[in-house]
Design a protein around this ligand. Structure first.
Ligand SMILES: O=P(O)(O)OC[C@H]1O[C@H](OP(=O)(O)OP(=O)(O)O)[C@H](O)[C@@H]1O
Ligand SMILES: Nc1ncnc2[nH]cnc12
Length: 178
C-alpha cells in the first residue's frame, strides 16, 4: 500500500474520543486497527521500512508501544527490549521519571540487555508531549546505547513532542500527524 493510502485508511480507522481521560484531551483510539489484520500488516511494513538496516535493537514502551514494536523487531530480525511502567520489572533495572499529557509516571528498563554502542529505535504508538519518549531515550543513553531513531503511528503536533526529541539528533518518523 502506498503511504498516502495507508494514511487515509488509518484516518478512517482511528477513533477520536473527545474529553477522555480528562476534559480537553482528544484521545486517539488505535484499537480498531487490530480488527483489520491487513491494515496492521501495512502499518508494520511502513514502520519496518523506516528502520531497515539502521538499527540493532528496538525498544518499545509499555503498553501500546509493544503492539507494533515487537512486530517491527521481528520484521527486521533484531532484538526487542521492553521499557516498562514502574514496579513491573525484576532487578537489575534503571528508572526514569517523566510527565504525561495527563499525569506523571516512571518507566524502567532492565540493565544488561542493551549493549553499549548498539543503535536503538525507540518506538511508541503516539507522541504527545514527548515526555515518555524522552525518558526512554535517557534510559537508553544511560546504558551507552545510541538513540538512532524514533517512530510513532501518530504524532500530536500541537504538543511539540518533536521539539523535545531534537537534542537526541535521531531520525523521527510518524505515519500520521494531528
Ligand atoms: O508524549 P507523551 O506526552 O509522553 O504521551 C505519549 C504516551 O502516552 C500514552 O501512553 P500511556 O501512558 O497512556 O500508557 P499506555 O500505552 O499503557 O496506554 C502513549 O501510548 C504514549 O506512551
Ligand atoms: N491524546 C492522546 N490519545 C491517545 N493516547 C495518548 N497518550 C497521550 N496523549 C494521548
Amino acid at each position: 500500500m502506498m503511504n498516502q493510502q495507508l494514511v487515509e485508511e488509518l484516518e478512517k480507522t482511528i477513533e477520536n474520543i473527545p474529553n477522555f481521560p480528562k476534559e480537553g484531551i482528544q484521545f486517539k483510539d488505535i484499537t480498531p486497527i487490530f480488527l483489520n489484520p491487513q491494515l496492521y500488516k501495512d502499518v508494520i511494513h511502513d514502520l519496518a521500512a523506516f528502520s531497515r538496516d539502521k538499527i540493532d535493537v528496538v525498544c518499545g514502551i509499555e503498553s501500546r508501544g509493544y503492539l507494533f514494536g515487537i512486530a517491527i523487531a521481528v520484521a527486521l530480525d533484531v532484538p526487542f527490549i521492553l521499557i516498562r511502567k514502574q514496579g513491573k520489572l525484576p532487578p537489575p533495572f534503571l528508572g526514569q521519571k517523566y510527565d504525561l499529557e495527563y499525569g506523571s509516571a516512571e518507566i524502567e528498563m532492565r540493565t544488561g540487555q542493551l549493549k553499549p554502542g548498539q543503535r536503538v529505535l525507540i518506538h511508541d504508538d503516539l507522541l504527545a508531549t514527548g515526555g515518555t519518549t524522552e525518558a526512554a531515550a535517557l534510559l537508553v543513553e544511560k546504558q551507552g546505547g545510541v538513540v538512532s531513531q524514533f517512530s510513532f503511528l501518530i504524532a500530536l503536533k500541537d504538543l511539540a513532542g518533536e521539539e523535545r526529541l531534537k537534542k537526541f539528533n535521531a531520525e523521527v518518523h510518524q505515519i500520521l500527524s494531528y
